[in-house]
Design a protein around this ligand. Structure first.
Ligand code: SF4
Length: 346
């Protein structure tokens, strides 16, 4: 079986071509693939026939297939994608005034079992291959062309740091000058908080912003919301984040899903204040999106406003982030690649 070209590291492709073809051909191929979005070697008009044949023999050029698309009232589009082995993942395209953000998946399912998350209920099937991650970006780029993606967030299905090796390789491909040249400041990897992996990311040399799904700074509560906390309590998480900050020029973002009766009280604000203390960070508060079969409720506007008044005493920048696409289950914590949803376009 031939190798999927979207999983090939820049050095490897350049190395494979060298000796057989002039080095400038590598740049030309990248230009077709990543800038012109032409994925058929036969249509690469400045590439000689023998190189076109070599590419066709050596590589496959498949992207994930769109199985269904659901457009929300706010224009967010959730795509269910079918992979070569028949498995399904989801990616979410979130258009805003001047931005087009793509939320990508890194695993099929997730083993971390966060209590509020639909993906967590699926368990883990497998990690995505590098080409399956890069393929989501290429597919979305094709869908929105001639516009370009402005931001990339690893907040879809899966825990990116549990597939860190492939996520890092994907970032290297996407950030390569000859490739998409995606800016690290427009890339965010989101984690439930795995300290040794946060350190590994910090030491990797690959630049990206980091978002940490915190949701409570009280161990007893976080243990229930996010089982990862039983293995790595908040003190250990904070040490790893301090280490990341010492190696990165980006501040960290904390995601804090607001769930009434769970993490919106006075003691929760006090604990959060203690936790963020002197960290260079900002905090996104996100009203919970109800997920069928899960016991948590969305907060009312009054509950959100009361919470934000209390949170105003925090020294760090805070924002209220409304999840996009909640009416098609494309919002935070709602991705589960279910079959048979309404309004299918494909
Ligand atoms: S919130 Fe993220 S880490 Fe937690 S179960 Fe869902 S996908 Fe996994």
């Amino acid at each position: 079986m031939s190798v999927n070209i979207f999983g090939v590291m820049p050095d490897n492709m350049a190395g494979t071509l060298s000796g057989k073809f002039p080095s400038y051909r590598y740049k030309q191929i990248c230009d077709w693939l990543y800038r012109k979005l032409v994925f058929d070697p036969a249509q690469m008009s400045n590439i000689p026939k023998d190189l076109q044949a070599f590419l066709l023999d050596s590589y496959s050029f498949n992207l994930p297939e769109i199985d269904a698309a659901h457009e929300a009232r706010d224009s967010t589009i959730k795509y269910r994608l079918k992979l070569r082995d028949g498995a399904f993942i989801e990616m979410v395209l979130i258009p805003a005034e001047s931005k087009r953000t793509l939320c990508v998946s890194s695993q099929i399912g997730c083993s971390r079992a966060c209590a509020f998350c639909a993906t967590g209920k699926m368990g883990l099937s497998r990690n995505l291959e590098v080409h399956e991650i890069v393929g989501q970006i290429m597919l979305a780029s094709e869908l929105i062309a001639p516009a370009r993606l402005s931001n990339l967030v690893f907040m879809g299905m899966g825990e990116p740091l549990d597939n860190l090796c492939n996520v890092l390789k994907s970032l290297i491909i996407l950030q390569a000058e000859q490739g998409v040249a995606f800016s690290p400041r427009r890339t965010t990897v989101s984690t439930c908080g795995i300290p040794h992996k946060i350190r590994e990311l910090a030491d990797s040399g690959v630049k990206t912003k980091l978002a940490v799904s915190l949701n409570s700074a009280i161990d007893e509560k976080r243990d229930i919301l996010m089982p990862v906390n039983k293995l790595h309590p908040v003190r250990e998480l904070k040490q790893a984040i301090s280490y990341y900050l010492s190696r990165s020029s980006f501040r960290v973002t904390f995601e804090y899903i607001l769930i009434p009766g769970i993490n919106m009280g006075d003691e929760d604000i006090k604990a959060l204040k203690r936790f963020v203390g002197d960290l260079s960070c900002k905090i996104n508060f996100i009203p919970y999106n109800r997920v069928e079969h899960l016991p948590y409720q969305s907060p009312s506007e009054r509950e959100i406003n009361e919470f934000l008044q209390k949170a105003a005493s925090l020294h760090q920048a805070i924002t209220l982030r409304r999840s996009r696409g909640s009416d098609v289950c494309g919002a935070c914590g709602q991705l589960a690649a279910q079959k048979g949803e309404p309004n299918e376009k494909h």
